[in-house]
Write a protein that binds this ligand. Structure first.
Ligand SMILES: C[S@@+](CC[C@H](N)C(=O)[O-])C[C@H]1O[C@@H](n2cnc3c(N)ncnc32)[C@H](O)[C@@H]1O
Length: 237
């Protein structure tokens, strides 16, 4: 991965120096280059490429929302399993969607957990290619990778768990949330779960009346989880 987006790199560096000074910005940049080369246990075990930390300026991204995006870094496997495991429902007929799927580690985990289909949306071309290769390497044939901005993604007519590991900031999340609400309004009997690892956009989901927070029972889990409210069912229908 040798591409360098100079404009994005410059903007990121300026933002960092404004927030914490030149020395800190340089140290941060250097650390992220070092971290990006580590191969972790997951990849050693499965023969995949999902590890590392990759800043967005190192990739080809054709989107006006690039400045709202967060660099690639996979969620720790245990945190992911814990979050999905808190959901008290048989998810085998559900689709799993990772918005900002990066190299697709969660799609691999979700496919192994038995989701009916796994879909990854990723706007960085290099990461989307790696995610595709990873699914092929493991023979996962119910998986799709869409190389696109998450704002363009539309849910299919199926029960779905939407997963997000701190992928983007509020401006993008608001559009994504509006699209989810549209879907729920047009498909009121469909069950939708939203699993969000992050804090900055929590209020966006808390303010949607069509969904409600699911508070895990007795399990401490970092993720925030919401579920679509089921429509009132009339005894005469
Ligand atoms: C913190 S990583 C999470 C990776 C993956 N979901 C995981 O948990 O292992 C955030 C990812 O979101 C992607 N991303 C950021 N903004 C995006 C957008 N608007 N559309 C699609 N992908 C985006 C980044 O390229 C990055 O790969």
């Amino acid at each position: 991965m040798h591409h360098v987006n100079i404009r994005l790199l410059g903007e990121k560096f300026l933002r960092s120096t404004k927030e914490s000074g030149v020395v800190h910005a340089l140290v941060q940049g250097f650390n992220s280059l070092l971290k990006s080369n580590k191969i972790d246990e997951f990849d050693l075990r499965y023969g995949t490429d999902t590890s590392g930390v990759i800043p967005l300026w190192r990739m080809h991204i054709n989107s006006a929302n690039v400045n709202c995006g967060v660099r690639y870094q996979a969620i720790p496997v245990e945190q992911f399993r814990l979050a999905i495991g808190t959901i008290q429902e048989n998810l085998s007929s559900f689709y799993f969607v990772d918005l900002g799927c990066g190299k697709g580690r969660n799609l691999i985990l979700a496919a192994k957990m038995g989701f009916a289909k796994v879909v990854g949306v990723e706007f960085a071309r290099e990461l989307a290619c790696i995610a595709k290769t990873n699914l092929e390497t493991l023979g996962i044939d119910n998986g799709v990778i869409l190389c696109d901005d998450a704002v363009n993604f539309r849910l299919e007519d199926n029960d779905t768990l939407i997963y997000m590991y701190n992928p983007f900031s509020e401006a993008v999340m608001q559009i994504v949330a509006d699209n989810i609400v549209d879907f729920i309004e047009n498909n009121p009997t469909r069950k939708i779960y939203i699993v969000y690892h992050g804090t900055v956009c929590r209020h966006i989901f808390d303010n949607i009346s069509r969904i409600e927070r699911v508070v895990p029972n007795g399990i401490s889990c970092d993720a925030l989880i919401w579920k679509s409210r089921q429509p009132f069912s009339s005894p005469y229908s």
